[in-house]
Ligand binder design. Structure first.
Ligand code: AMP
Ligand code: MG
Length: 444
């Protein structure tokens, strides 16, 4: 058996993340337009990536839309206040504006969302008006008046037709992942069905002689395969379709068979078997398969043994071909893989830090940047230097009073600690001691 590759090396967190992002960006460019599309009912497309842009099917707003309840006026008539205007009619949301027009000395009662009538160029809020009693008994009972108490400038309190978007204008570009806001936009232009990319299939391969199926009674020293499930959930949230493979024993032949099965998917995530132990065979087997390693570790805790690479030449030039319909005849499948450490917290953290960008790219969209919040440290933290740490923590308090403290945990095998935590506290590699009250980064 060949020795494990050591050339790619152990990188800082930032360098490892940069390498993943670079591969994701190249992959996204290489894959553009080659993926198979589904046309889905709008809500079923939540979390999927658009293969087509969404355009405005008419002006937005389609008419000059009042943004207040009040009176549509000619601004010139209300420059001196108070002033009394004749109420020529009423327009509520949904009424045709053409039913009323505002002439000099007049106004029209108008509701939020209604179309501004001809002649009007502003809306006075109802709060700045007062009802006027008819002047005397002989007055026309149908003629109503209102007193305007504050002047408005032309253009106030309505949105002109087309100010938000013109008919035909691009609202959402292709390659965007549909969240609730983009679904709302698609709905507003009448897109009850949308074309989206096929979800990338992400194989999950758990390794370890001690790892057993979760519906089996484990022996005294056996461990249930929880990683397969947490990863499947993370893959779905990232826009992929998990494909859970059989558990691989710590035995090279079967491990290789299962890795080959995993390479039929768009991406392979292997858990366990990447540490320095005698039975950690993943890197050796991949090296025998002529894998290229982009890194073989990151200076992080948890998750230091994480591995990223691809198998076979020119992975970036290729497209997924796992479906019945390969996107381009003869194009071999890309064999990108991550080897994630088997300890459950390490598995989750390394997925979050490194696997997500590749899944986003395979799904047809730009990777999301990692966003760090800031919170004040509740109690002093002491660590050894050299590793960027992502430690389970509890964030509480609001706005500028956000505070964070470490959750009690026994290390990266302590999956139960995650139920007590709601974030990861990020500790930079050069800090031995961080005092209570200092601002620290937090990853949700
Ligand atoms: P390894 O990375 O293979 O050295 O495994 C590190 C630790 O994670 C060991 O205690 C394993 O039993 C545990 N582990 C490995 N794979 C899994 C898995 N699929 N689910 C839960 N725990 C695992
Ligand atoms: Mg193992």
């Amino acid at each position: 058996m060949s020795p494990p590759p050591s050339t790619a090396g152990v990188l800082s967190f930032e360098d490892a993340r940069r390498i993943v992002e670079e591969h994701a960006t190249k992959l996204l460019a290489a894959l553009s337009d080659l993926r198979v599309a589904d046309t889905l009912e709008l809500l079923a497309a939540r979390g999927r990536v658009l293969t087509e842009p969404i355009l405005a099917d008419r002006d937005f707003p389609p008419f000059a839309r009042a943004t207040r309840d009040g009176y549509a006026v000619r601004a010139a008539d209300v420059q001196r206040v108070p002033v009394r205007l004749e109420v020529a009619g009423e327009i509520k949301a949904g009424d045709l504006a053409a039913t009323c027009a505002v002439k000099a000395g007049q106004c029209v009662s108008i509701m939020t969302g209604a179309a501004l009538p001809a002649g009007a160029d502003a809306v006075v809020m109802v709060e700045h008006t007062a009802a006027v009693e008819p002047p005397n008994a002989t007055a026309n009972p149908h003629q109503k008046h209102v007193e305007i108490q504050r002047s408005v400038a032309s253009g106030e309190n309505f949105v002109p037709q087309g100010a938000e978007a013109r008919v035909g204008q691009l609202l959402v570009d292709k390659g965007r992942r549909l969240d609730h806001a983009l679904i709302g936009i698609a709905a507003s232009v009448g897109r009850s069905r949308v074309a989206v990319f096929r979800r990338p299939r992400v194989a999950v391969l758990s390794t370890g002689d001690e790892v057993v199926k979760i519906d089996m009674a484990p022996g005294a020293t056996q461990i249930r395969n929880s990683n397969s499930y947490s990863l499947a959930a993370q893959i779905e949230a990232a826009g992929g379709e998990p494909v859970r493979l059989e558990i691989a024993p710590d035995e090279p032949r079967r491990l290789r068979e299962l890795i080959e099965q995993g390479f039929a998917c768009d991406l392979l995530l292997i858990t366990g078997g990447v540490s320095m132990g005698k039975y950690d065979l993943v890197e050796q087997v991949l090296a025998e398969m002529k894998a290229e390693f982009y890194f073989t570790g990151a200076r992080i805790q948890p998750g230091k043994p994480v591995v990223f690479g691809s198998c076979g030449a020119g992975a970036l030039a290729r497209v997924p071909a796992v479906d019945a319909q390969p996107a381009r005849a003869g194009a071999p499948a890309p064999h990108f893989f991550f080897g994630l450490p088997g300890n459950p917290v390490s598995t989750m953290v390394t997925f979050r830090l490194f696997a997500q960008p590749m899944i986003a790219a395979l799904a047809g969209t730009q990777p999301e940047p990692l966003v760090f919040l800031k919170a004040r440290l509740k109690a002093e933290v002491r660590t050894k230097t050299g590793l960027t740490r992502f430690l389970p923590a509890v964030i509480s308090g609001k706005f500028e009073n956000s505070e964070v403290e470490l959750a009690a945990w026994q290390g990266s095998g302590d999956i139960a600690a995650l139920a007590r935590a709601n974030c990861y506290m990020v500790i930079p590699p050069d800090r031995e001691r961080i005092a209570a009250g200092e601002w620290v980064s937090v990853l949700l």
